[in-house]
Design a protein around this ligand. Structure first.
Ligand SMILES: CC(C)(COP(=O)(O)OP(=O)(O)OC[C@H]1O[C@@H](n2cnc3c(N)ncnc32)[C@H](O)[C@@H]1OP(=O)(O)O)[C@@H](O)C(=O)NCCC(=O)NCCS
Length: 153
């Protein structure tokens, strides 16, 4: 009998809200379980919004949710095929270097391909230098400058 995969990726569920809030908090996006649950209710994951959860399966314990990614599929009027944006990616600090991030990016690319996207892209804060090497390592090219205009609510 073959050993189970140590890391699996599945669609995130509203029941994951507390764990996801913890992960997003570690990414620097302070939030709460109820806020994440409310977002699930507003933006049903489906055609243009996807949320992925990664579970690590240790040989000697129960699976644990250790990573998350969200993906947004964007249509453009000027191109027949959409593009996909990785809008969040995080691996729990204790589960880094186990292949969680790679598995999440692979799953994000797969769902982008299934949505006929011509590419998957990510905006990464200039200060997150450790993630830049990670993306280069996975084959992402540095292409665009991005500009942010803060907006009042
Ligand atoms: C970036 C991040 C998601 C990587 O997750 P991870 O689960 O540790 O990555 P993996 O274990 O899947 O690593 C995949 C490959 O990238 C390499 N890698 C991982 N982190 C790296 C880093 N900081 N620099 C260079 N390479 C890195 C791994 O060694 C591995 O290569 P290998 O397969 O040849 O061994 C994780 O460090 C993280 O959550 N950082 C904080 C949040 C963040 O910056 N998110 C990105 C927002 S844009």
């Amino acid at each position: 009998m073959s050993r189970p995969e140590p890391v699996t990726v599945r669609p995130a569920q509203p029941e994951d809200a507390d764990s996801l809030a913890g992960l997003f908090g570690r990414l620097g996006y302070a939030t709460t379980g109820p806020v994440v649950a409310a977002q699930f209710a507003l933006y049903h994951p489906g055609a243009s919004f996807h949320a992925l959860a990664a579970e690590h399966h240790p040989a000697d314990g129960a699976p644990r949710l250790v990573g998350a990614a969200t993906v947004s599929i964007q249509q453009r009027l000027y191109a027949a095929r959409p593009v996909a944006q990785l809008t969040a990616l995080v691996t729990d600090a204790e589960a880094r270097q186990l292949g969680v991030g790679r598995a999440l990016v692979r799953a994000a690319a797969e769902l982008a391909r299934n949505a006929r996207c011509e590419r998957l892209f990510v905006r990464s804060d200039r200060r997150r230098t450790e993630s830049h090497d990670f993306y280069r390592m996975l084959g992402f090219d540095e292409v665009n400058l991005t500009f942010d205009l803060p907006l009042d609510p």
